[in-house]
Design a protein around this ligand. Structure first.
Ligand SMILES: NC(=O)c1ccc[n+]([C@@H]2O[C@H](COP(=O)([O-])OP(=O)(O)OC[C@H]3O[C@@H](n4cnc5c(N)ncnc54)[C@H](OP(=O)(O)O)[C@@H]3O)[C@@H](O)[C@H]2O)c1
Length: 247
C-alpha cells in the first residue's frame, strides 16, 4: 500500500522499538516527519536512530515517561517550538506485568494502568489541544483484544486496554466537529520484545489458535496504523481495527 505523508508530522510514543518502531519507519518511508519517543531503553533508541540515518533530517527522538503529565507537557511545548504543527499522534507505548488478581501487587496494577491508560490520556489530551486549533488531526492508540476478552493473569493489562478503547471512543465524539479522528488498532500476537518471554511451547500453542497460523510482524500492524492516519480515512472515528490474523 502506497501512502503519502509529505508535509505532515507524526509523534509515535514507544516509537523506537517493537510495533512503534515499525510505525515510525513506515511514516518515514511515506515522507512524514517523525518524532519517536521512548522511556529508557537507550540501546534500542540508538539502534533505531542509526538504522534510519538516511532519514535523519525528518527524524527526532525524545525520551520521557508518558505517565508523567509534566514531562508530556514539556515534550509538546518543545515539539511545537521546534516543529510547529502536528497532524498525527500514535500511542504505542505500553507495558504488561502479569499476575493473577489474588497475587497481584498494587504496584503492578498501578504501573500498567498508569502507563497504558493514563499515558494514553496524557498524550491524547495535549495532542487534541494542538489539533483543535488547526482543526485537523489523527490520533491512534494501540489497544489489545485482551481488553474485550479478558485473560487469566492479565487483569491489569486487560483493564488498561479496555479503558483505552472507552477513552478513544469518548474522545472521538468530543473532537469530531474539529475534523480530528481518534481510533484504536488492536493487534493480536505480534513478534516483539513484548511477548518474547513466552516459552516456545506456549508460543506454538498460541500460533495454532490463530486462523492465519502465525504471529504478526510489527509491519503487519504499521500498515493499518498508517491507513487510519491518512487523510483518506476521514470518515472513520471511534473505531477499533483488529489486526489479529483472525484470532
Ligand atoms: N506485541 C504484541 O503482541 C501486542 C499485542 C497487542 C497489543 N500490543 C500493544 O502494542 C503496543 C506496543 O507494543 P510492542 O509490542 O511494540 O511493545 P515493546 O516492543 O515492548 O515496546 C514498548 C515501547 O513502549 C515504551 N514505553 C513503555 N513504557 C513507557 C513509559 N512509561 N513512557 C514512555 N514510553 C514507554 C518503551 O520504551 P523503551 O524502549 O524505552 O523501553 C517501548 O518503546 C503496546 O501498547 C502493547 O500493549 C502489543
Amino acid at each position: 500500500m502506497e501512502f503519502d505523508f509529505k508535509g505532515q508530522t507524526a509523534v509515535v510514543t514507544g516509537g523506537t522499538r517493537g510495533i512503534g518502531r515499525a510505525v515510525s519507519e513506515a511514516f518515514l518511508k511515506a515522507g512524514a516527519k517523525v518524532i519517536a519517543t521512548y522511556r529508557s531503553n537507550e540501546e534500542e533508541a540508538k539502534k533505531f536512530t542509526e538504522a534510519n540515518a538516511a532519514h535523519a533530517e525528518c527524524l527526532d527522538i525524545y525520551k520521557f515517561d508518558v505517565t508523567c503529565y509534566d514531562e508530556v507537557e514539556n515534550f509538546y511545548k518543545e515539539v511545537e517550538k521546534k516543529h510547529g504543527a502536528l497532524q498525527i499522534v500514535v500511542v504505542s507505548s505500553g507495558i504488561r506485568s502479569d499476575s493473577i488478581v489474588g497475587m497481584m501487587k498494587t504496584e503492578d496494577w498501578n504501573n500498567v494502568i498508569d502507563t497504558n491508560l493514563t499515558g494514553t490520556f496524557n498524550i491524547s489530551k495535549l495532542a487534541v489541544q494542538y489539533m483543535m486549533r488547526q482543526k485537523y488531526g489523527r490520533i491512534i492508540a494501540l489497544t489489545s483484544p485482551i481488553g474485550k476478552l479478558g485473560f487469566a493473569g492479565q487483569a491489569n493489562y486487560a483493564a488498561s486496554k479496555a479503558g483505552q478503547v472507552a477513552l478513544v471512543k469518548s474522545l472521538s465524539k468530543e473532537v469530531a466537529s474539529r475534523k480530528i479522528t481518534v481510533n484504536c488498532v488492536s493487534p493480536g500476537f505480534i513478534d516483539t520484545d513484548f511477548i518474547s518471554d513466552l516459552p516456545d511451547e506456549q508460543r506454538d500453542a498460541y500460533k495454532k489458535q490463530v486462523p492465519l497460523k502465525r504471529f504478526g510482524s510489527p509491519q503487519d500492524v504499521a500498515t493499518p496504523v498508517l491507513f487510519l492516519a491518512s487523510k483518506e480515512s476521514s470518515y472513520i472515528t471511534g473505531s477499533v481495527l483488529e489486526v489479529t490474523g483472525g484470532l
